[in-house]
Design a protein around this ligand. Structure first.
Ligand SMILES: [Zn+2]
Length: 425
């Protein structure tokens, strides 16, 4: 064992390094005048600071198990580990407690220790990987690969959900659904800042009973209002919900619910999913096969059964070529195809190689699914999508416009389309 004086010297050097880095960052943060920076410069600086935040979070996760183990927080006057971390990190004790638990569990997983040593994981990422690893021990590698590829948090969550769903045995799934069902709730309270806030939890099968109608109504309202209304998609969803609960019966008529369950034929035969297989409700997320089987009886559902890469069965007739293409597209592009996006709700089909206005064919190879914001960037901001399925590349134009310019171009195009429609009627 090294003599105390030597160990102290090593520690003093580490501490001096951290103090230096801290001083440098503090100086930059204090000195910088955002008003004098261009948007690109602000973004570049914020990018580096965000990277630093990730490195710092990894460092904290490496050290905290030792703090807990030695109880050194008490010497600093704190009643518990979470109290100490909450005080120094400026978070709630609940958040600090979760962070400490994740760090302790990570210390027992060699692959995670390596990623932390390289400063790769933010606190929410570590929490997600650790929680998933608790259910699916093989998940760490897959999730770390996604982190290395700079996947969005949404993509990471979706993959974690899928891995967890895969890893559970049917029996455990039944137990999980029973637990979620037993804990179902809808709470609301008056917000101290005004208005009413709510929160609910239910299982995916229950949600699939309301979600298609709700989303169809939301989309209809959103489209009818146009971009000039300024209301968010979420605002329209609330209005749609209120209409569905207490609006006139007409309000429900034009909603055409389209719940789609996409499942691998092999998973359906086996009763569970394995890695790489899919069993999910479009726009909601992965569900256990058992839950999908429960949904089979519901009339308003459409099942897309994947046999390898082909869509073999669709429970409603799809002789129509456009419908077949739409189904295959939906099966292929489960999330927005822009690398790093991962959004799965409200996706729009887009002509990727040859634009619709240039007589681009509506064939699978010329189509891709994009989220609303990425669709707008491509249509009104000159971003390009190349590469094809499995190899999509998102090409930034030489002079990328700002988000404001894209929104303006979209407003102009929408207004023009509205005028043309009026002229025709
Ligand atoms: Zn997207």
């Amino acid at each position: 064992m090294a003599p105390t004086s030597l160990r102290s010297t090593a520690f003093d050097l580490e501490l001096a390094d951290v103090e230096l880095a801290l001083d440098a960052v503090r100086r930059v943060v204090g000195r910088v005048d955002p008003g004098r920076l261009s948007g690109e410069e602000s973004l570049a600086l914020a990018d580096r600071l965000a990277e630093m935040e990730r490195v710092v979070a990894s460092g904290i996760a490496r050290l905290t198990p030792r703090v807990l183990q030695t109880g050194s927080y008490a010497k600093a006057g704190h009643a518990s580990g979470p109290d100490w971390l909450a005080a120094v990190a400026g978070s709630s004790a609940t958040v600090a407690k979760g962070r400490l638990a994740a760090a302790e569990r990570a210390a027992g997983l060699p692959e995670l220790c390596g990623a932390l040593q390289e400063g790769k994981l933010s606190a929410p990422q570590l929490d997600l990987v650790v929680r998933t690893a608790g259910v699916a021990p093989g998940a760490v590698e897959t999730l770390l690969e996604l982190v290395a590829e700079r996947a969005s948090h949404q993509e990471l969550c979706a993959e974690a959900t899928r891995l967890r769903t895969c890893a559970r045995s049917q029996e455990t799934e039944r137990a999980r659904r029973a637990r979620i069902h037993a804990g179902r709730h809808f709470r609301w309270h008056q917000d101290p800042d005004g208005g009413v806030r709510g929160e609910f939890s239910c299982d995916e099968v229950q949600w699939a009973r309301i979600s298609p109608t709700l989303e169809a109504q939301t989309k209809a309202r959103w489209k009818a209002a146009g971009s000039a209304s300024g209301d968010t998609y979420e605002a329209h969803r609330l209005d749609a919900l209120i209409d569905l609960l207490c609006g006139p019966p007409d309000a429900r008529k034009d909603a055409r619910p389209q719940v789609l369950v996409l499942i691998d034929a092999e998973a359906l035969r086996r009763g569970t999913t394995t890695t790489g297989e899919v069993c999910e409700i479009e726009g909601i997320g992965p569900i256990p096969v058992e839950a999908a089987v429960d949904l089979l009886g519901a009339g308003s559902l459409k099942f897309l059964v994947k046999e390898g890469k082909d869509i073999r069965t669709v429970t409603r007739s799809t002789r129509d070529l456009a419908q077949k293409t739409a189904a295959a597209l939906l099966a292929r592009d489960r999330v927005c195809v822009v690398p790093g996006c991962g959004k799965r709700l409200g996706l729009e089909g887009d002509h990727c190689e040859v634009d619709y206005s240039d007589d681009g064919p509506t064939t699978l190879s010329n189509l891709a699914r994009l989220c609303g914001p990425h669709h707008a960037m491509k249509t009104y901001g000159k971003w390009k999508l190349t590469g094809g399925p499995g190899n999509w590349k998102w090409i930034t134009p030489p002079k990328p416009p700002s988000a404001g310019a894209i929104a303006r171009a979209r407003r102009v195009a929408t207004a023009k389309a509205d005028r043309n429609r009026l002229r025709r009627t």
